[in-house]
Design a protein around this ligand. Structure first.
Ligand SMILES: *Cc1c(COP(=O)(O)O)cnc(C)c1O
Length: 373
């Protein structure tokens, strides 16, 4: 069996370090925020290349607070790619603003700058590119669009810890960057976690208040805030993992290159990261026609797979109110029908990659992927 993901292997590799760090939290009894979280924030800001990192209790909370810190609320619109995890659009809706969906680029699978431009209206306040699967969106074009229309750029970097675009890390490419530390993410807590990173002193201060009940001093609630604080244990785990994230990321990239070499001559659609970007392969997705049959065949061969994502945001019942019918975003819909995520994590053996690739080639190597335009 080759599982899609194996978190136990990573726990085993760092268990003594993690137990020591958790022990320090027990010694201090700083169970919410505290030194472990503050130390992690310092390390993560340095890693992203931003002045500030503010740790919160999930990636969704990070997105929610980033939007609020930019004053986004009822009557406003935020442009979001249709091909993303539902949280990107949900966070916009939490503020009372409207997520306005736009299609993605057929090569990078990230927000198409031309589609984003077409989605801008006088009510648009921000653009939320999503660095899908760990590949940065076209941030120069998105930044130029935002500047020309006076919009904020809020990065959904939940899948892209350590990814880079022209030498700048994800999270540092827009006005504010939002990360998730859900256990399966490239940098995963042992529970829920998230962070916002920014160079803005104002935004960082506002988000520190908002995550802790809007407090400016003890029991002084300057604004309506939330209980979005990070646990001490999660800060401790993430602090340990910061020492490994670069090695793990390089291991992912080596395995991705191995998939690429094995599949390159086939008709299977593969990630094609432009040369100016560092892909961190949170997900290694291929495109195949007759995806469900291919997934079943791999499963029968003992290979776990996943789909990110089978139903795009505009086809979700929860977002039926946005009023986008079938066919509204053709690239997104083709990808949703064709994506198949293969096993890829730092602890995966090279021989397992070979076995997955061989099985995939036997099952789908001659299929014509339906390229979209
Ligand atoms: C995981 C994820 C989120 C949400 O993060 P949580 O920590 O699960 O709340 C948001 N956006 C994207 C693209 C994600 O992959």
């Amino acid at each position: 069996m080759i599982p899609y993901l194996d978190l136990k292997a990573q726990v085993a590799a760092i268990r003594p370090e993690v137990e020591a760090a958790l022990g320090r939290v027990l010694d201090t009894a700083q169970f919410v925020l505290g030194d472990a979280v503050a130390d992690f924030e310092t390390g993560f800001a340095a890693y992203c290349g931003t002045r500030h990192a503010v740790a919160v209790n999930s990636g969704t909370s990070a997105l929610h607070l980033a939007l609020l810190a930019h004053g986004i609320g009822p009557g406003d619109e935020v442009v979001v790619p249709a091909m993303t995890f539902v949280a990107s659009a949900a966070a916009v809706a939490y503020t009372g603003a409207t997520p306005v969906l736009a299609d993605v680029d057929p090569v990078t699978w990230t927000l198409d700058p031309a589609a984003a431009e077409a989605a801008v209206t006088p009510r648009t306040r921000a653009i939320m590119p999503v660095h899908l699967h760990g590949l940065c969106a076209d941030m120069d074009a998105i930044g130029a669009l935002a500047r020309s229309r006076g919009l904020a750029v809020i990065e959904d970097a939940a899948q892209s810890h350590g990814a880079a675009y022209r030498g700048t890390r994800a999270g540092a490419l827009g006005d504010i960057g939002c990360f998730s530390f859900y256990p399966g993410k490239n940098l995963g807590a042992f529970g829920e976690g998230g962070a916002v990173v920014t160079d803005s002193d104002d935004a960082a201060r506002t988000i520190r208040q908002l995550r802790d009940w809007g407090q400016t001093a003890r029991y002084r609630h300057e604004r309506l805030g939330f209980n979005y604080r990070m646990d001490g244990f999660q800060g401790a785990v993430l602090g340990v993992k910061m020492n490994h994230i670069e090695a793990w990321t390089e291991a992912r990239r080596v395995l991705a290159a191995r998939y690429h070499a094995a599949l390159a001559a086939s008709a299977i659609g593969m990630p094609r990261p432009p040369d100016d970007r560092r892909h961190v392969y949170h997900v290694y997705a291929v495109r195949v026609r007759d995806r469900d049959a291919v997934q079943t065949a791999l499963n029968d061969a003992g290979i776990g797979t996943n789909i990110h994502y089978p139903v795009p945001v505009h086809r979700q019942p929860a977002f039926a109110g946005l009023g986008h019918g079938p066919g509204a975003f053709p690239v997104t819909e083709d990808l949703a029908a064709q994506f198949l995520s293969l096993p890829l994590y730092p602890e995966l053996a090279a021989a397992s990659v070979d076995q997955v690739a061989e099985t995939l080639l036997a099952v789908a190597g001659n299929e014509r992927v339906q390229e979209v335009s």
